[in-house]
Ligand binder design. Structure first.
Ligand SMILES: [Zn+2]
Ligand SMILES: [Zn+2]
Length: 393
């Protein structure tokens, strides 16, 4: 395809997304004003499905036995399948303090615009609604449900304080613990008690010591949900949750074993019993696909946006997009919506996610995503290159 016509095509995509802006912003604001936590995003999934249906997509709501997950598809002939992933879950107690309202609409807008060039370049465009990113692992359920089997590339953006194409995310798993001891009068019969709070304190201190001897970038952090019932009763039960993170899943599992040993040792030392469990499958680290990243970067620059280089692993969190990136070539670039001193999951980030700057970033992201999709549909050898790099990794 000639350069000039690619340019024209991208201008058309940009103009189409501008024309979609009122719808995208309206629904983005609705999602923002009606935050729903993981697996409860019935309204968000409904609004997105309705918009996509109106735009000619066939929408299957409730895929992978998950009522708030969906797959919206438009296809023409056979060609690559380009998927844009829409997150829309909120944070418990903080609403859209992670800006998933913007992710939802950027991916939806990109999908709608890109699908309109399928008459020129055969293939398939999907918008995949992925619930419960903030714990719950919605994308893992969709992977297990086979939703990504026919996807060639998967893309999304995430709002941030930096505009950066490559993103580093840690593998993470959630460890739930419960110590059980024996209640007793803390003054009258202390010798008859078995103190479950002591077990927790021992474990907590041992984890703090472990932290000095773990690899760069790994993280272990947690909290106590239940620490006893009254000061004059020896605490019979303590329970809580720890997160174990590392730069790759293998080392994360190594750390998990060390943390499990600590809990067992604390139980032994105090005479408690301990029950350890994992809430969901681990999130894996995120693999950036270089082919997709380069295309996305060119398209950002085309829009007059200059991304920063990015320091690997700086301020790294975790995302279930990591799991997707181990199944298909993927990118998870970020666009700035707030100054660099703003923390994620904060009141200030919540405000940024509902701001004009936030909705502008949503539009810019939708354009860059759609343009990257156009590159891939217009030249399927780029998809092959992305897959080649994926297989080598
Ligand atoms: Zn978040
Ligand atoms: Zn997020």
């Amino acid at each position: 395809m000639a350069q000039a016509s690619t340019g024209q095509l991208k201008d058309q995509l940009g103009a189409r997304i501008d024309s979609l802006r009122p719808d995208l912003e309206r629904i983005g604001r609705q999602i923002y004003a009606n935050p729903e936590i993981g697996y409860e995003e019935r309204q968000a999934a409904g609004w997105l499905s309705e918009l996509l249906r109106r735009q000619g997509f066939s929408v299957e709501l409730g895929v992978a036995e998950t009522p708030t997950a969906f797959v919206a598809t438009r296809r023409n002939g056979s060609g690559p399948t380009v998927a844009f992933l829409a997150e829309y879950d909120a944070l418990r107690g903080l609403g859209h303090g992670c800006g998933h309202n913007l992710i939802a609409m950027a991916s939806t807008g990109a999908g709608i615009a890109l699908a309109e060039i399928l008459d020129q370049f055969p293939g398939r465009v999907q918008v995949i609604g992925t619930p419960a990113e903030e714990g719950g692992g919605g994308k893992i359920r969709l992977i297990q449900g086979g939703i990504f089997q026919e996807v060639d590339v998967a893309m999304m953006f995430h709002p941030d304080t930096k505009t950066q194409v490559l993103h580093w995310a840690l593998a993470v798993t959630h460890l739930h613990f419960e110590f059980t001891g024996r209640a007793a009068h803390a003054s009258g019969d202390p010798e008859k008690g078995i103190n479950a709070l002591d077990a927790f304190v021992l474990a907590y201190n041992a984890i703090s010591m472990l932290r000095q001897h773990i690899k760069e970038g790994a993280r272990v952090h947690g909290f106590l949900i239940e620490g006893g019932t009254a000061p004059n009763i020896v605490p019979e039960r303590t329970r809580g949750e720890f997160l174990v993170r590392a730069r790759d899943e293998a080392y994360m599992q190594e750390l998990v074993q060390k943390v499990k040993n600590i809990f067992q040792a604390a139980a032994l030392a105090t005479g408690c019993s301990v029950n350890l469990s994992f809430g969901e499958d681990p999130y894996t680290d995120l693999r950036n696909n270089g082919v997709l990243a380069r295309l996305f970067e060119e398209n950002l620059k085309r829009l007059g946006i200059d991304p920063v280089e990015g320091v690997p692993w700086e301020n790294a969190g975790s995302t279930d997009m990591g799991n997707v990136s181990h199944v298909v070539p993927a990118i998870h670039p970020t666009l700035a919506i707030a100054p660099s001193d703003v923390a994620g999951h904060s009141q200030a980030f919540l405000e940024a996610s509902g701001s004009l700057r936030g909705y502008q970033a949503m539009i810019d992201a939708a354009k860059a995503l759609a343009m990257t999709g156009a590159d891939l549909l217009a030249d399927p050898s780029l998809v092959e290159n992305a897959k080649l790099e994926f297989r080598r990794a």
